[in-house]
Ligand binder design. Structure first.
Ligand code: NAD
Length: 297
Protein backbone atom coordinates (compact mmCIF):
# COMPACT_ATOMS: atom_id res chain seq x y z
CA UNK A 1 0.00 0.00 0.00
CA UNK A 2 1.52 3.32 -1.06
CA UNK A 3 -0.11 5.33 1.80
CA UNK A 4 -2.38 4.29 4.59
CA UNK A 5 -5.87 4.79 3.28
CA UNK A 6 -7.19 2.08 5.59
CA UNK A 7 -7.60 3.15 9.22
CA UNK A 8 -9.42 0.98 11.78
CA UNK A 9 -11.41 -0.82 9.11
CA UNK A 10 -12.46 2.39 7.36
CA UNK A 11 -11.30 3.14 3.81
CA UNK A 12 -10.46 6.84 3.77
CA UNK A 13 -11.70 8.14 0.41
CA UNK A 14 -10.63 11.69 1.23
CA UNK A 15 -7.01 10.63 1.78
CA UNK A 16 -7.06 8.49 -1.39
CA UNK A 17 -8.46 11.46 -3.32
CA UNK A 18 -5.66 13.69 -2.01
CA UNK A 19 -3.10 11.22 -3.41
CA UNK A 20 -4.77 11.17 -6.83
CA UNK A 21 -5.11 14.96 -6.88
CA UNK A 22 -1.43 15.45 -6.04
CA UNK A 23 -0.49 13.40 -9.12
CA UNK A 24 -2.96 15.26 -11.32
CA UNK A 25 -1.67 18.61 -10.06
CA UNK A 26 1.92 17.65 -10.95
CA UNK A 27 0.87 16.77 -14.48
CA UNK A 28 -1.26 19.89 -14.87
CA UNK A 29 1.73 21.98 -13.79
CA UNK A 30 3.87 20.28 -16.45
CA UNK A 31 1.24 20.86 -19.14
CA UNK A 32 0.86 24.50 -18.14
CA UNK A 33 4.61 24.97 -18.49
CA UNK A 34 4.10 23.87 -22.11
CA UNK A 35 1.27 26.38 -22.60
CA UNK A 36 -1.57 23.87 -22.17
CA UNK A 37 -4.10 24.89 -19.52
CA UNK A 38 -6.80 22.17 -19.19
CA UNK A 39 -10.37 23.43 -19.06
CA UNK A 40 -13.62 21.63 -18.24
CA UNK A 41 -17.25 22.78 -18.50
CA UNK A 42 -20.09 21.56 -16.28
CA UNK A 43 -23.58 21.92 -17.72
CA UNK A 44 -26.42 21.83 -15.20
CA UNK A 45 -30.11 22.12 -16.02
CA UNK A 46 -32.82 23.03 -13.49
CA UNK A 47 -32.81 23.43 -9.74
CA UNK A 48 -31.82 20.04 -8.29
CA UNK A 49 -30.11 20.99 -5.01
CA UNK A 50 -27.83 17.94 -4.87
CA UNK A 51 -26.64 18.58 -8.44
CA UNK A 52 -25.73 22.13 -7.53
CA UNK A 53 -23.68 20.88 -4.56
CA UNK A 54 -21.90 18.29 -6.72
CA UNK A 55 -21.03 20.79 -9.45
CA UNK A 56 -19.67 23.24 -6.87
CA UNK A 57 -17.55 20.47 -5.31
CA UNK A 58 -16.20 19.52 -8.74
CA UNK A 59 -15.37 23.14 -9.58
CA UNK A 60 -13.61 23.59 -6.22
CA UNK A 61 -11.50 20.48 -6.83
CA UNK A 62 -10.54 21.82 -10.28
CA UNK A 63 -9.22 24.94 -8.56
CA UNK A 64 -7.06 22.82 -6.23
CA UNK A 65 -5.18 21.20 -9.12
CA UNK A 66 -5.01 24.19 -11.48
CA UNK A 67 -7.67 23.06 -13.97
CA UNK A 68 -9.92 25.83 -15.35
CA UNK A 69 -13.64 25.16 -14.93
CA UNK A 70 -16.86 26.77 -16.06
CA UNK A 71 -20.34 26.18 -14.65
CA UNK A 72 -23.13 26.65 -17.19
CA UNK A 73 -26.53 26.68 -15.47
CA UNK A 74 -29.59 26.46 -17.71
CA UNK A 75 -33.17 27.03 -16.46
CA UNK A 76 -35.61 24.16 -15.75
CA UNK A 77 -37.67 24.99 -18.86
CA UNK A 78 -34.69 24.48 -21.20
CA UNK A 79 -35.74 22.52 -24.30
CA UNK A 80 -33.77 19.60 -25.65
CA UNK A 81 -32.98 21.73 -28.71
CA UNK A 82 -31.49 24.47 -26.50
CA UNK A 83 -29.48 21.93 -24.52
CA UNK A 84 -28.18 20.34 -27.72
CA UNK A 85 -27.18 23.81 -28.96
CA UNK A 86 -25.20 24.41 -25.76
CA UNK A 87 -23.47 21.03 -26.04
CA UNK A 88 -22.69 21.59 -29.73
CA UNK A 89 -21.16 24.97 -28.93
CA UNK A 90 -18.97 23.46 -26.21
CA UNK A 91 -18.05 20.48 -28.41
CA UNK A 92 -16.67 22.85 -31.01
CA UNK A 93 -14.98 25.24 -28.54
CA UNK A 94 -11.31 24.76 -29.30
CA UNK A 95 -10.27 26.11 -25.90
CA UNK A 96 -12.35 23.48 -24.06
CA UNK A 97 -10.97 20.03 -23.24
CA UNK A 98 -13.73 18.33 -21.28
CA UNK A 99 -17.49 18.55 -20.94
CA UNK A 100 -19.87 17.06 -18.39
CA UNK A 101 -23.66 17.20 -18.27
CA UNK A 102 -24.71 16.85 -14.64
CA UNK A 103 -27.33 14.15 -13.99
CA UNK A 104 -30.19 13.81 -13.30
CA UNK A 105 -31.68 16.00 -16.04
CA UNK A 106 -35.25 17.28 -15.78
CA UNK A 107 -37.85 14.93 -17.30
CA UNK A 108 -38.37 15.22 -21.02
CA UNK A 109 -34.81 16.15 -21.97
CA UNK A 110 -33.92 12.58 -22.97
CA UNK A 111 -30.95 11.74 -20.76
CA UNK A 112 -29.33 9.18 -23.07
CA UNK A 113 -29.71 11.32 -26.22
CA UNK A 114 -28.03 14.16 -24.35
CA UNK A 115 -25.10 12.01 -23.21
CA UNK A 116 -24.71 10.71 -26.78
CA UNK A 117 -24.35 14.29 -28.00
CA UNK A 118 -21.14 14.99 -26.01
CA UNK A 119 -18.02 14.74 -28.20
CA UNK A 120 -16.30 11.41 -27.51
CA UNK A 121 -12.91 12.97 -26.72
CA UNK A 122 -14.46 15.56 -24.35
CA UNK A 123 -16.63 12.98 -22.59
CA UNK A 124 -14.94 13.35 -19.20
CA UNK A 125 -17.64 11.21 -17.51
CA UNK A 126 -17.04 8.33 -19.93
CA UNK A 127 -20.79 7.90 -20.51
CA UNK A 128 -20.81 8.12 -24.32
CA UNK A 129 -21.61 4.69 -25.86
CA UNK A 130 -18.30 4.71 -27.70
CA UNK A 131 -16.38 5.17 -24.45
CA UNK A 132 -18.52 2.60 -22.62
CA UNK A 133 -18.01 0.16 -25.50
CA UNK A 134 -14.26 0.77 -25.40
CA UNK A 135 -14.32 0.05 -21.66
CA UNK A 136 -15.87 -3.36 -22.34
CA UNK A 137 -13.30 -3.94 -25.09
CA UNK A 138 -10.58 -2.90 -22.62
CA UNK A 139 -9.10 -0.24 -24.88
CA UNK A 140 -10.63 3.13 -23.99
CA UNK A 141 -8.88 6.07 -22.35
CA UNK A 142 -12.03 7.54 -20.70
CA UNK A 143 -13.80 5.39 -18.10
CA UNK A 144 -16.65 6.48 -15.78
CA UNK A 145 -15.29 8.19 -12.69
CA UNK A 146 -17.04 6.26 -9.90
CA UNK A 147 -16.11 2.73 -11.03
CA UNK A 148 -12.60 3.72 -12.07
CA UNK A 149 -12.17 5.49 -8.71
CA UNK A 150 -13.14 2.26 -6.95
CA UNK A 151 -10.61 0.31 -9.02
CA UNK A 152 -7.98 2.84 -7.90
CA UNK A 153 -8.98 2.30 -4.27
CA UNK A 154 -8.67 -1.47 -4.72
CA UNK A 155 -5.20 -0.94 -6.17
CA UNK A 156 -4.18 1.41 -3.33
CA UNK A 157 -5.42 -1.12 -0.77
CA UNK A 158 -3.16 -3.71 -2.39
CA UNK A 159 -6.04 -6.13 -3.01
CA UNK A 160 -5.22 -8.71 -5.69
CA UNK A 161 -8.52 -9.59 -7.39
CA UNK A 162 -7.20 -12.84 -8.85
CA UNK A 163 -9.12 -15.74 -7.33
CA UNK A 164 -11.50 -13.36 -5.54
CA UNK A 165 -15.26 -13.23 -5.85
CA UNK A 166 -16.78 -9.80 -6.33
CA UNK A 167 -20.39 -8.70 -6.18
CA UNK A 168 -21.78 -5.53 -7.76
CA UNK A 169 -25.21 -4.57 -6.42
CA UNK A 170 -26.92 -2.28 -8.96
CA UNK A 171 -26.71 -2.42 -12.75
CA UNK A 172 -26.96 1.22 -13.83
CA UNK A 173 -25.17 2.17 -17.02
CA UNK A 174 -23.10 4.79 -15.18
CA UNK A 175 -21.98 2.75 -12.15
CA UNK A 176 -22.99 -0.93 -11.90
CA UNK A 177 -22.31 -2.12 -15.43
CA UNK A 178 -18.92 -0.43 -15.95
CA UNK A 179 -17.95 -1.57 -12.43
CA UNK A 180 -18.80 -5.17 -13.36
CA UNK A 181 -16.61 -4.95 -16.45
CA UNK A 182 -13.66 -3.33 -14.66
CA UNK A 183 -13.71 -6.02 -11.97
CA UNK A 184 -13.80 -8.74 -14.64
CA UNK A 185 -10.85 -7.07 -16.35
CA UNK A 186 -9.12 -7.04 -12.96
CA UNK A 187 -9.44 -10.88 -12.92
CA UNK A 188 -12.15 -11.15 -10.26
CA UNK A 189 -15.01 -13.62 -10.64
CA UNK A 190 -17.94 -11.23 -10.69
CA UNK A 191 -21.64 -11.44 -9.87
CA UNK A 192 -24.12 -8.62 -10.50
CA UNK A 193 -27.32 -8.20 -8.46
CA UNK A 194 -30.20 -5.80 -9.05
CA UNK A 195 -33.77 -5.17 -7.91
CA UNK A 196 -34.96 -8.55 -9.31
CA UNK A 197 -32.24 -10.62 -7.64
CA UNK A 198 -33.54 -13.03 -4.98
CA UNK A 199 -31.68 -13.72 -1.74
CA UNK A 200 -29.18 -10.88 -1.91
CA UNK A 201 -27.83 -11.85 1.53
CA UNK A 202 -26.46 -15.18 0.27
CA UNK A 203 -24.63 -13.47 -2.61
CA UNK A 204 -23.11 -10.86 -0.31
CA UNK A 205 -21.93 -13.65 1.99
CA UNK A 206 -19.87 -15.18 -0.85
CA UNK A 207 -18.14 -11.99 -1.94
CA UNK A 208 -14.59 -10.89 -1.07
CA UNK A 209 -15.30 -7.51 -2.68
CA UNK A 210 -18.73 -5.87 -2.58
CA UNK A 211 -19.65 -2.71 -4.50
CA UNK A 212 -23.12 -1.35 -3.74
CA UNK A 213 -24.81 1.32 -5.89
CA UNK A 214 -28.57 1.25 -5.41
CA UNK A 215 -29.66 4.39 -3.54
CA UNK A 216 -31.52 2.14 -1.04
CA UNK A 217 -30.44 3.31 2.42
CA UNK A 218 -29.09 0.53 4.63
CA UNK A 219 -29.83 -2.23 2.09
CA UNK A 220 -26.74 -4.26 2.99
CA UNK A 221 -26.67 -5.55 6.57
CA UNK A 222 -23.36 -6.07 8.34
CA UNK A 223 -24.20 -9.68 9.27
CA UNK A 224 -24.39 -10.58 5.53
CA UNK A 225 -20.80 -9.54 4.88
CA UNK A 226 -18.07 -12.17 4.59
CA UNK A 227 -15.53 -11.50 7.35
CA UNK A 228 -12.47 -9.84 5.81
CA UNK A 229 -14.29 -8.58 2.70
CA UNK A 230 -13.79 -5.09 1.24
CA UNK A 231 -16.99 -3.09 0.88
CA UNK A 232 -17.41 -0.02 -1.35
CA UNK A 233 -20.59 1.96 -0.74
CA UNK A 234 -21.52 4.20 -3.67
CA UNK A 235 -25.04 5.06 -2.54
CA UNK A 236 -25.80 8.54 -1.24
CA UNK A 237 -29.24 9.36 0.11
CA UNK A 238 -30.20 12.47 2.05
CA UNK A 239 -32.08 11.61 5.23
CA UNK A 240 -34.99 13.52 6.77
CA UNK A 241 -32.60 15.13 9.30
CA UNK A 242 -30.40 16.43 6.45
CA UNK A 243 -27.58 13.90 6.96
CA UNK A 244 -26.25 11.65 4.18
CA UNK A 245 -26.48 7.86 4.32
CA UNK A 246 -25.16 5.02 2.19
CA UNK A 247 -26.55 1.67 1.02
CA UNK A 248 -24.52 -0.26 3.62
CA UNK A 249 -25.22 -0.35 7.37
CA UNK A 250 -21.82 1.19 8.11
CA UNK A 251 -21.66 0.59 11.88
CA UNK A 252 -22.54 -3.09 11.39
CA UNK A 253 -20.10 -3.56 8.51
CA UNK A 254 -17.14 -1.89 10.21
CA UNK A 255 -15.08 -4.43 12.07
CA UNK A 256 -16.55 -7.37 10.18
CA UNK A 257 -15.25 -6.18 6.81
CA UNK A 258 -11.50 -5.69 6.33
CA UNK A 259 -12.43 -2.26 5.03
CA UNK A 260 -15.58 -0.30 4.27
CA UNK A 261 -16.01 3.14 2.72
CA UNK A 262 -17.99 5.69 4.74
CA UNK A 263 -20.73 7.98 3.40
CA UNK A 264 -19.77 10.78 3.13
CA UNK A 265 -15.98 10.64 2.78
CA UNK A 266 -15.63 7.45 0.75
CA UNK A 267 -16.51 7.05 -2.91
CA UNK A 268 -17.65 10.67 -3.45
CA UNK A 269 -14.20 12.32 -3.11
CA UNK A 270 -12.59 9.56 -5.21
CA UNK A 271 -15.15 10.10 -7.97
CA UNK A 272 -14.24 13.79 -8.12
CA UNK A 273 -10.51 13.02 -8.07
CA UNK A 274 -11.02 10.66 -10.98
CA UNK A 275 -12.92 13.38 -12.83
CA UNK A 276 -9.81 15.57 -12.57
CA UNK A 277 -7.69 12.72 -13.85
CA UNK A 278 -10.10 12.23 -16.79
CA UNK A 279 -9.97 15.97 -17.56
CA UNK A 280 -6.24 15.64 -17.92
CA UNK A 281 -6.76 12.65 -20.22
CA UNK A 282 -9.16 14.72 -22.38
CA UNK A 283 -6.60 17.54 -22.61
CA UNK A 284 -3.92 15.09 -23.77
CA UNK A 285 -6.21 13.19 -26.14
CA UNK A 286 -7.20 16.30 -28.05
CA UNK A 287 -3.57 17.20 -28.60
CA UNK A 288 -2.52 13.72 -29.64
CA UNK A 289 -0.33 13.35 -26.52
CA UNK A 290 -1.96 9.98 -25.82
CA UNK A 291 -3.51 7.38 -28.08
CA UNK A 292 -7.29 7.03 -28.41
CA UNK A 293 -6.88 3.26 -28.28
CA UNK A 294 -5.08 2.09 -25.20
CA UNK A 295 -3.83 -1.44 -24.90
CA UNK A 296 -4.62 -2.50 -21.37
CA UNK A 297 -3.45 -5.66 -19.71
P1 NAD B 1 -29.87 3.88 -10.50
O1 NAD B 1 -31.13 4.29 -9.83
O2 NAD B 1 -29.65 4.18 -11.94
O3 NAD B 1 -29.68 2.32 -10.31
C1 NAD B 1 -29.99 1.68 -9.11
C2 NAD B 1 -29.72 0.20 -9.26
O4 NAD B 1 -29.99 -0.42 -8.01
C3 NAD B 1 -30.61 -0.49 -10.30
O5 NAD B 1 -29.81 -1.30 -11.13
C4 NAD B 1 -31.55 -1.36 -9.46
O6 NAD B 1 -31.89 -2.58 -10.10
C5 NAD B 1 -30.72 -1.61 -8.20
N1 NAD B 1 -31.57 -1.83 -7.03
C6 NAD B 1 -32.56 -1.05 -6.56
N2 NAD B 1 -33.12 -1.60 -5.48
C7 NAD B 1 -32.46 -2.74 -5.23
C8 NAD B 1 -32.59 -3.78 -4.26
N3 NAD B 1 -33.50 -3.71 -3.31
N4 NAD B 1 -31.74 -4.82 -4.34
C9 NAD B 1 -30.79 -4.90 -5.30
N5 NAD B 1 -30.64 -3.96 -6.25
C10 NAD B 1 -31.47 -2.90 -6.22
O7 NAD B 1 -28.72 4.46 -9.59
P2 NAD B 1 -27.18 4.91 -9.86
O8 NAD B 1 -27.16 6.09 -10.73
O9 NAD B 1 -26.33 3.75 -10.18
O10 NAD B 1 -26.83 5.40 -8.38
C11 NAD B 1 -26.95 4.55 -7.26
C12 NAD B 1 -26.64 5.31 -5.99
O11 NAD B 1 -25.29 5.74 -6.04
C13 NAD B 1 -27.46 6.57 -5.76
O12 NAD B 1 -27.66 6.74 -4.37
C14 NAD B 1 -26.56 7.68 -6.29
O13 NAD B 1 -26.83 8.94 -5.67
C15 NAD B 1 -25.22 7.16 -5.87
N6 NAD B 1 -24.10 7.64 -6.68
C16 NAD B 1 -23.03 8.13 -6.00
C17 NAD B 1 -21.91 8.54 -6.70
C18 NAD B 1 -20.71 9.06 -5.95
O14 NAD B 1 -19.90 9.76 -6.48
N7 NAD B 1 -20.56 8.70 -4.69
C19 NAD B 1 -21.87 8.46 -8.10
C20 NAD B 1 -22.97 7.93 -8.76
C21 NAD B 1 -24.08 7.51 -8.03
Amino acid sequence: MEHSILVDGVIDGRQAARIVRARVKEEVTELRAEGIHPRVAFVRVGEDAASETYVRAKARACGWVGVRSEHIHLPSNTTQQDLFATIDRLNSDNDLDALLVQLPLPDGLGGRQVLNRVAVDKDVDGFHPENLGALVAGCGPLEPCTPSGIMRLIEMLGVDLRGKRALVVGRSVIVGRPMYNLLVRGHATVMCAHRHTPDLASLVAQADVVVVATGVTGLIRGSWIKPGAYVFDVGITRQADGSLAGDVCFDEARGRAAGVTPVPGGIGPMTIAQLLSNTLTCAKLRRGLIERTIHRA
